[in-house]
Design a protein around this ligand. Sequence first.
Ligand SMILES: *Cc1c(COP(=O)(O)O)cnc(C)c1O
Length: 213
Amino acid sequence: MNFEKNIKTIKNQSKQAQLVVVTKNQSLQNINNIYKIGERNFGENKVQDLLKKQQELPNDINWHMIGHLQTNKVKLITPFIHMIQSVDSLKLIKKINSCGEQDERIINCLIQIKIAEEDTKYGFSIKEAKEILTTDILSKYRYISVQGIMGMASFSTNTNQIKNEFKLMKQLFDACKNKYPILSMGMSNDYIIAYQAGSNMLRVGSAIFQKTY
Ligand SMILES: *Cc1c(COP(=O)(O)O)cnc(C)c1O
């Protein structure tokens, strides 16, 4: 497999960004190969898969939860999760905070922004997020450390639309005036556009794991 070559290509195209390797649907063996290359930031979108992989793989991996998280499953991941990127409701914020308190861990979080047109994508509107991020609404949640924002562009071939959606994310990021360090956007199909729009965290799966014949 050419995982290493794929990762090198992506990193060469996005030198200032952190790469989160999205390992969903990948075998333990594939993930282990990526680990051996030196990658430590892995993303999963389902709690059950995340738990299984966390148990089987080395414990110095930084696991990122990137999919919609049900409140009743939060307690399963707060003991070890490195970052929850898919924080999409106040209810979830409250739950993560209380589970963090119980585990005596401060949980790194990204506020998920809904920039895409599809109804299926979760997240706060730009307006809601701005209020959360630029007021002291979150200050009472002492077991949550908001590190920035995450978003997914529309699944589209329209490059301009994707560009505009990422631009909205960047504007929100800038409106927070360096209060939060992370702007997580960009997947296999659009990471170059995202990087050019100012992303500093890419979440890439299939472009790494694809077979290069
Ligand atoms: C699956 C997924 C990715 C990675 O998608 P690829 O197209 O495989 O790169 C990134 N972010 C989220 C939230 C995902 O669910």
